[in-house]
Design a protein around this ligand. Structure first.
Ligand code: APR
Length: 248
């Protein structure tokens, strides 16, 4: 494994443009369950019933049962060693932009500056009728947060059936086609269109470094270096290897 840390460090130090794609797995060590692991959120709430925009419009009170449960863990979560390590790589000039599927704001809280939020961010809520926006913190005491127009508010996260923010989509694909290295951290890579980022990067010559506690459908197809383990353990070792190589 040490050999591959050295090799991975070489790749990101040599890369003029390094991108990262992160998923829920990077926040598990901050106490936020992922979606598809055995104890994941989807083992408790069927996404077809709780995570589509149709479900929200039909029965927002029911969907808020899941949203409240998510909000409880997200509001208490702090960046972990993986988030902080990625921010350190950015400061070292070894990581240029993170595309995250997460809505927990932990990359930004961990110090990362350039973060593309593919599925929005849960720190603000919007009224689908009058468009008024609120901070989630200002509505945390309301079990069913309502707008002043009395409609039930929706978090500014992308539900299944909603369009990915255009700017996030366009910029991610553009950066993926010019990246020389891509770190893929804590994602099952099953949700499209974001799961095409690794193959776009690969097709354009990028080296793919994957970090996950288990293999994914990327591992034996596009991944060049696979680190099996917790992101909170692996990323700090990658930072150390990059620093050592930089100092030599
Ligand atoms: N370190 C690294 N990887 C981890 C860790 C960890 N500590 N814990 C879990 N993982 C891995 C799991 O093995 C899995 O491959 O993280 C991945 C999480 O996959 P998902 O739960 O499918 O989450 P994600 O890939 O982010 O899902 C994408 O699906 O439901 C939608 O909108 C939701 O943004 C989400 C999207």
């Amino acid at each position: 494994m040490m050999e591959s840390f050295e090799k991975a460090a070489e790749i990101i130090l040599a890369s003029e443009f390094t991108l990262a794609l992160t998923g829920a797995g990077i926040s598990v060590e901050s106490g936020i369950p992922d979606f598809r692991s055995a104890e994941g959120l989807w083992s408790k709430f069927d996404p077809a019933e709780y995570a589509t925009i149709q479900a929200f419009r039909a029965d927002p009170e029911k969907v808020w049962e899941m949203l409240r449960e998510m909000d409880k863990v997200v509001s208490r979560a702090k960046p972990n060693m993986a988030h902080r390590g990625m921010s350190e790589l950015e400061q070292m000039g070894c990581l240029h932009c993170i595309i995250t599927q997460n809505i927990d704001n932990l990359h930004q809280a961990g110090g990362s500056k350039d973060v593309i939020e593919y599925h929005g961010n849960a720190s603000t809520l919007s009224c689908l009728w009058c468009g008024k926006k609120y901070l989630a913190t200002d509505k945390r005491d309301e079990n069913l947060p309502r707008c002043e127009c009395d409609k039930i508010l929706k978090p500014d996260v992308i539900f299944f059936g909603e369009a990915i923010p255009e700017e996030a989509m366009n910029r991610s694909f553009q950066l993926a086609s010019s990246a020389k290295a891509l770190l893929v951290v804590g994602t099952s890579a099953v949700v499209s269109p974001v799961n095409s980022i690794p193959s776009i990067a690969k097709r354009n010559g990028a080296k793919i470094i994957e970090i996950n506690i288990e293999k994914t459908n990327l591992t034996n197809s596009v991944t060049d270096i696979f680190f099996q383990g917790n992101a909170g353990d692996i990323i700090p070792q990658l930072v150390t290897a990059a620093k050592q190589k930089n100092d030599n």
